[in-house]
Ligand binder design. Structure first.
Ligand code: SAH
Length: 316
């Protein structure tokens, strides 16, 4: 999965195969930028402060965030140092066109030390998972050998399952949560992780390939389809907590974005627009907010320094 996605993001335009919240609705990046600005104020307005994004795609989320920050909280705009975690040279070039003054890194662990505000949307779902299968009294692990899955005897994963069921372990995502949690606990700040996955982990094969906006076989045409898997928010929360961070959420994305005022902001954008444009804007916001669309499957989880109070959107 790691090899296929590295090849995929390096060579292809992922937005031909899927779309994401910031590409659907500009208010998404705007309210996340203001979320970061309010958390910065709660941290005591450190200057300088690192504003980072993991997996920024085309840079749309961050461009929208920075515009909103510049208008609403210019002091944060001046204090922030922009850092992007991105492995794809192709996407780095696109990001550079839109985000002046950024510094790039290959890994979240490479971000410089100091108070941090980290945003990540649909980053963790692209990281490789391991899959275990319950077989009789034991377990196997599924590996890709050439173009098929092979199974090898393995130790039991951290979740029970019935005969033949798959249990996924998102080890790479857990490592990100652990290392981000440790540095937030040590030097302050918060991370907002938005992705898709259930609130409660259950057995099941969530590995998915998308090619040309349609489901594809993940084992066919390596590097030509986008591979993702559900994010295990309970495991991320546990990893962050074990590293010393406080955890807020996870919450369904629709609840979180509604509390941040995405609806009113979008209404303001739609006001005075020609009817077709206004209708498109309203439809875009509904897609992010409504439970049957992206509002429920997607979740928001925050890791933060334990001294911070309830963060915007996470308070009742
Ligand atoms: N956040 C963006 C893009 C999501 S696509 C959006 O909402 O539109 C996933 C992003 O993560 C891409 O930018 C991809 O190149 C990057 N990415 C995937 N795997 C990565 C890894 N292991 N390390 C760093 N970046 C990665």
């Amino acid at each position: 999965m790691a090899r296929a996605n590295t090849a995929y993001y390096a060579a292809r335009d992922p937005y031909a195969d899927f779309t994401t919240a910031p590409e659907i609705c500009q208010a998404f990046g705007e309210v996340l930028g203001l979320w970061a600005a309010v958390v910065w104020q709660m941290m005591g307005a450190p200057d300088p402060v690192i504003l980072a994004e993991a997996g920024p795609g085309r840079g749309t989320l961050m461009a929208d965030a920075l515009r909103a920050i510049g208008r609403a909280v210019p002091a944060f705009g001046k204090a922030l140092r922009l850092h992007l975690v991105e492995t794809s040279p192709r996407l780095r070039a696109l990001q550079a066109e839109r985000l002046a003054g950024a510094t790039w890194h290959d890994r979240v662990d490479d971000l410089p030390a100091g108070p941090l505000l980290l945003l990540a949307n649909e980053f963790l779902d692209a990281l490789p998972i391991r899959q275990f299968v319950r077989r009789g009294d034991g377990w196997t692990e599924r590996f890709v050998a050439k173009d098929r899955f092979v199974e090898q005897a393995a130790a039991p994963p951290d979740l029970a399952a019935a005969e033949g069921e798959v249990v996924e372990v998102g080890e790479a995502a857990r490592q990100v949560a652990a290392s981000v949690g440790a540095r937030l606990a040590a030097t302050g700040g918060a991370a907002l992780l938005i992705d898709y996955g259930p609130l409660r982990r259950a057995p099941g094969d969530s590995l998915q390939a998308l090619r040309g906006r349609a489901p594809a076989d993940p084992l066919v045409a390596e590097g030509e389809a986008d591979l993702t898997a559900h994010v295990d928010f309970a495991a991320l929360a546990a990893a962050g907590r074990a590293a010393g961070a406080a955890v807020q959420g996870p919450l369904p994305q629709g609840v979180f974005l509604a509390r941040l005022g995405l609806g009113p902001r979008n209404n303001a954008l739609a006001r005075g627009q020609p009817p077709a444009r206004a209708a498109a804007l309203m439809g875009a916001a509904r897609r992010l907010l409504e439970p049957h669309a992206m509002g429920h499957l997607f979740k928001a989880l925050a890791l933060c320094h334990p001294a911070l109070p309830a963060l915007p959107g996470f308070a009742e």
